[in-house]
Design a protein. Structure first.
Length: 401
């Protein structure tokens, strides 16, 4: 039976325990790097699993993103275009919008933002220490840190954060919320940011959202009102959900790799490399949101992908490919060759990658310095994991110190 004739596998695969890789990825990398899969919505697609093939699909302009918004395209969520405006566009619109926001996420800007992020981290850890152990790391630290940072960066009132977090959580749902709930969350966030944009026109202030309003009103034609609102909504969601999950995930992994944690405590200068290795090692999601649609015929893994066919290219599988990484299933915080693609690849590489890197470095550095004896307060088997969402991680992570 050829690749194209094989019965499609159900995708995404059943979640593996905790933060383990789904075993199907390793099996496919070894024996069937291109296969047919059936998604919950929209029918069948192709799946690639090896590092070089994933990079090719994500970086080749012959595979587009705009077509993934169509109602009949294979997808993870009931509503198309669940990944935000920037991730749903091809050039030239994607280029125009990405260029507009990229200036806010440069390495220099992130270095400027670092002292304020460190101050927030220490304030949260102060409160966590006062509350006493055991404490839930998610509630006290992992979630509020990136929420406060992205609110400050955007110029969104922090007093509104609780409602915004609830709505953004719904938009990342796969099965946790139904289509009606997701549509209601999207409508509410759109109304909120439309109102905030109107207020910023009357009362200009600092922050990225105010800057987007000024660009919109500068008569250069780069943005319209709908794009300003959509960008603000997307940046709020992307700017805290994944980072909050990864702060929790990284801490959980370190606490269960005591040799690596001890090495990091002994050599704090390893933190940047440690963050990169954790970004490679931890499977944040199922990979079912890394899709592209062929814009023309493309040969891939010896098969012909026809125009209009969807290909899923999960970075979570690519980052465990033994052809790209030595002993990929082993956590090695001192890994020297680490060309992971945890933030994607190509023109849709995560626009907030530098912000996430900075926050993760600050969060882990502050946490380990404050609590040298940090340890889990729950057995690994008793941790409740998030389900029905695009991102993985513990719902709560009780810790002691």
């Amino acid at each position: 039976m050829t690749t194209g004739e094989a019965a499609p596998r159900t995708f995404p695969f059943a979640s593996a325990p905790g933060l383990e890789e789904e075993p199907e990825f390793a099996a496919l990398r070894a024996s069937e790097p291109l296969c047919r899969v059936r998604l919950p919505y929209g029918g069948d697609a192709w799946l690639v699993t090896r590092y070089e093939d994933v990079k090719r699909v994500l970086g080749d302009p012959r595979f587009g993103r705009a077509a993934t918004t169509h109602a009949d395209v294979p997808r993870l969520q009931p509503v198309p275009a669940g990944e935000g405006l920037l991730m749903s566009l091809d050039p030239p619109d994607h280029t125009r919008l990405r260029r507009t926001v990229m200036g806010a996420f440069t390495v220099r800007r992130m270095n400027d933002l670092r002292p304020a992020t460190e101050a927030i981290a220490h304030e949260l850890l102060d409160a966590m220490e006062v509350s006493g152990a055991p404490a839930d790391l998610v509630t006290h630290f992992a979630l509020p840190l990136p929420v406060r940072v992205i609110c400050a960066l955007l110029g969104v009132p922090y007093a509104d954060h609780a409602n915004l977090v609830r709505r953004s959580h719904a938009l990342l749902s796969t099965t946790a919320c139904d289509e009606r709930e997701m549509a209601a969350a999207d409508a509410e966030l759109t109304r909120y940011f439309a109102g905030l944009v109107a207020r910023l026109r009357e009362e200009p202030s600092d922050g990225l959202l105010a800057e987007l309003v000024r660009v919109r009103d500068s008569e250069d034609g780069r943005l319209d009102d709908g794009e300003v609102v959509a960008l603000a909504r997307d940046l709020l969601i992307a700017g805290h959900e994944t980072t909050a999950a990864q702060i929790t995930n990284f801490t959980h992994v370190l606490l269960h790799h005591p040799d690596q944690l001890a090495a990091l405590r002994a050599r704090p200068e390893l933190m940047p490399a440690a963050v990169e290795e954790l970004l490679r090692y931890v499977p944040l999601g199922s990979g079912a949101f890394r899709s592209r649609v062929a814009l023309e015929e493309v040969e891939l893994c010896g098969a012909r992908i026809r125009p209009g066919e969807t290909v899923f290219a999960p970075t979570v599988s690519a980052n465990r490919d033994p052809e790209a990484f030595d002993e990929p299933a082993r956590l090695d915080l001192g890994r020297e060759r680490n060309v992971h693609i945890g933030f994607g690849h190509g023109m849709h590489h995560c626009v907030g990658a530098q912000l996430a890197r900075m926050e993760l470095n600050v969060a882990l550095t502050a946490l380990l310095a404050r609590f040298p004896a940090l340890r889990s307060a729950a057995d690994a088997r008793d941790i409740a994991w998030r389900s029905g969402l695009q991102v993985r991680g513990p719902r709560r992570l009780p810790v002691r110190w």
